[in-house]
Design a protein around this ligand. Structure first.
Ligand code: NI
Length: 135
């Protein structure tokens, strides 16, 4: 039997969306409020899911304590209360959109999840806007 198990997490981070090769008016038109030159914050909500067979011995798809610690060590410690543009190396040359943040989170977690299990990352940038990445 295959089951999807999920863990919710949360982090606050600041960002700015812009392209240095575009002029100010195009940046403002495309990225709107997220183009604010002085940065601004979001309360990101994260749902990390692991999908796979239930282990015969434990009855777990994945030990949720292990998943919790993994999210804390690899994601929250790296992103919480950070300026994504200035302090997180993955976004030095990558716009920190919700889409790109979800991909970065997935890439950070994937090596630590059993190969036989599928990984899905859902990231809410606002209560109504969210993205999903599954590799
Ligand atoms: Ni924003």
């Amino acid at each position: 039997m295959k089951v999807k198990v999920s863990r919710k997490a949360h982090f606050n981070a600041a960002h700015r969306l812009y392209r240095p090769d575009w002029d100010d008016s195009k940046n403002a038109a495309v990225f709107g409020k997220c183009n604010n030159p002085n940065f601004h914050g979001h309360n990101y909500e994260l749902v990390v899911s692991v999908f796979g067979e239930i282990d015969d011995e434990t009855g777990f798809v994945m030990d949720m304590k292990v998943l919790k610690d993994l999210i804390k060590d690899k994601i929250e410690d790296a992103l919480d209360h950070k300026n994504l543009n200035l302090e997180v190396p993955e976004f030095k040359n990558l716009n920190p959109t919700a889409e790109n943040i979800a991909v970065v989170i997935w890439n950070k977690l994937r090596p630590h999840i059993e190969v036989s299990k599928e990984l899905e990352v859902v990231l809410y940038e606002t209560p109504r806007n969210f993205v999903t990445y599954s590799g």
